[in-house]
Design a protein around this ligand. Structure first.
Ligand code: GDP
Ligand code: ZN
Length: 305
């Protein structure tokens, strides 16, 4: 087969950007597929740019395969192509840079899996709520994972974790109880189901079991999974996000060597909008500019009680 400029456009997802190449995954080519190493087609190189990079990891793109120049990658001639078109993004996470175009670190991320350990470290609901606010603030679907449940006695599970899971499920969040302990693989099926066809990031404090869970889902993905901490402090420079394809469809976003998938600061939006369970009450306070702290006639405080 000779590939020319008239070869058909393929639709794929940018998994990685490195050494001037975008690695584009073409899911419809099936489980044994190989990504295309792409550069930008002519049209994309020109034109006014809204972002520092015209293409970012996570972007859905249309690519045209061209004959391989024989560039070697682990002894195999890699497939090559041009990115001809970037499809509209449903989301973009990144940083606004003073006096510069915004830097998008990952496009189309649509879900975070918030991992909390039931023990080691002890479950901290305040932290969980903070992660949930961040997810809402960034318009990301959130899945809650209570991990290390093997460290609990049956009684503790019943008394502590199950009621908590119910509380969050009632708000509308999927809650999965998991154990990444090898002999158990508890909650694997449920987690896989939630990840399917999403671009997800695992977030949570260090040591809660994020990497272990990712390996439980797909053992060949030995990756470092990011921690979301110190959000928005501007301490982290670039976030070279990589997407790892999942067997059943979808991707896990990972930031090797860097601390975070950059989420917006919660101060950047109306905080009260970030608690879905409180939304029905927001219009019902006595004062229009109610901060829901200590005003009389506050419907949110009443609902909370
Ligand atoms: P990460 O920092 O969030 O990626 O956490 P890791 O996946 O590196 O796990 C931290 C530690 O917790 C490791 O020693 C894991 O073996 C352990 N761990 C992870 N998941 C579980 C679990 O479900 N049960 C138990 N008992 N230990 C776990
Ligand atoms: Zn109020």
């Amino acid at each position: 087969m000779t590939l020319t400029h008239t070869s058909p456009l393929l639709e794929g997802t940018v998994m990685k950007s490195a050494g001037g190449f975008y690695h584009v995954d073409i899911p419809e080519e099936g489980p044994k597929r190989e990504p295309l190493l792409c550069t930008l087609g002519g049209r994309l190189k020109k034109g006014k740019r809204q972002f520092a990079q015209p293409v970012s990891v996570g972007d859905r793109v249309r690519v045209r395969e061209v004959e391989s120049s024989g560039a070697n990658r682990e002894g195999v001639a890699a497939r090559e192509g041009f990115i001809e078109e970037v499809l509209p993004r449903t989301s973009q996470l990144g940083r606004a840079r003073y006096n510069k175009t915004a830097q998008v670190t990952v496009a189309n991320l649509d879900q975070v899996v918030i991992v909390m350990a039931a023990r080691e470290p002890d479950l901290n609901t305040h932290r969980l709520d903070r992660f949930l606010v961040l997810a809402e603030a960034n318009d990301l679907r959130a899945v809650i994972c209570f991990n290390k449940i093997d460290l609990l006695k049956k009684k503790q599970l019943k008394k502590e974790i199950e009621p908590l899971a119910k509380t969050y499920e009632k708000i509308g969040y999927p809650v999965i109880l998991t154990s990444a302990e090898k002999e158990l693989d508890f909650g694997r099926k449920e987690l896989r189901r939630e990840l399917k066809n999403h671009i997800s990031a695992f977030i949570g404090s260090s040591g809660v079991g994020k990497s272990s869970l990712v390996m439980m889902i797909q053992p060949e993905l030995e990756l470092w999974v990011g921690e979301v901490m110190d959000i928005g402090k501007g301490r982290h420079t670039t976030t070279d996000v990589t997407l790892h394809p999942l067997d059943k469809g979808g991707y896990i976003a990972d930031t090797p060597g860097v601390k975070t998938i950059q989420l917006l600061e919660q101060s950047q939006l109306a905080l009260d909008q970030c608690f879905p369970e409180m939304r029905p009450f927001l219009g019902a306070c006595k004062f229009n500019d109610c901060t829901h702290r200590n005003e009389p006639g506050c419907a949110v405080v009443a609902a909370k009680e």
